[in-house]
Design a protein around this ligand. Structure first.
Ligand code: ATP
Ligand code: MG
Length: 197
């Protein structure tokens, strides 16, 4: 017996809402309430490509805290991100490691970008002397060894932990944030193609 119009409509609605529920569940799996995302990389180029995609969405007041053991790829990530933002302004500059200067700054015309490596920071209060607390409010900040910040870690920051394994070219990248400002950007990162752009 042919399905009456109202019945067909009901079935279509159920299929539609079913698909929406599946999409919603999938979205929640990828982007939980606390806003987390796991990506993997099998080469320095892949890690750099993820950095470039994240960097394209960063603006004033965005702080990315880069954690992970020595050689995990924190500097590689920061360098790729900085160079891509400079290249967008037709500028091609060296991005030296700030491990001795602690901080390197870049003028991106509309916003400053601060790259900090706090490995050698002994007293978290030196953060104030470096002007980092102000930069956290106004600039884009990429911070290696953020554990050294102690209580000065901004609550709204995006945390990225790079994990190494026995495979020397493999990295797991774990992004997490409590501030909902990161949801959109992490969602874009989750949906973008995983590989060099
Ligand atoms: N998948 C990968 N992603 C990132 N780096 C990788 C990967 N595979 C290999 N590497 C290598 O790992 C090294 C990462 O060095 P990098 O200086 O970025 O580490 P780091 O975390 O900043 O260390 P440090 O704590 O000493 O500052 C580079 O030599 C890079 O080529
Ligand atoms: Mg480094």
């Amino acid at each position: 017996m042919p399905c009456p119009v109202a019945c067909r409509f009901l079935i279509r609605e159920r299929v539609h809402s079913g698909l929406a529920a599946v999409r919603q569940t999938w979205h929640k799996l990828v982007m939980t309430n606390s806003c987390t995302l796991r990506l993997t990389s099998t080469s320095p180029e892949q890690t750099a490509a993820i950095a470039v995609r994240l960097g394209a969405g960063l603006g004033a007041g965005d702080v990315v805290l880069l954690s992970g053991p020595v050689g995990a790829g924190k500097s590689l990530f920061a360098r790729a991100l900085i160079q891509s933002r400079l290249a967008a302004l037709d500028r091609f500059e060296d991005v030296p490691s700030p491990s001795f200067t602690l901080v390197q700054t870049y003028d991106l015309d509309i916003v400053e970008l601060w790259h900090a490596d706090l490995y050698r920071l002994t007293d978290p209060h030196d953060v104030l002397e470096l002007g980092l607390d102000q930069a956290f409010e106004e600039a884009i900040c990429l911070v290696e060894w953020p554990e050294r910040l102690g209580a000065f870690q901004p609550a709204s920051a995006l945390h990225l932990t790079l994990q190494t394994t026995d495979d020397p070219a493999f990295r797991a990248l774990h992004f997490s944030a409590v501030d909902p400002r990161w949801t959109g950007l992490l969602s874009k990162l989750a949906h973008s193609q995983h590989g060099p752009t």
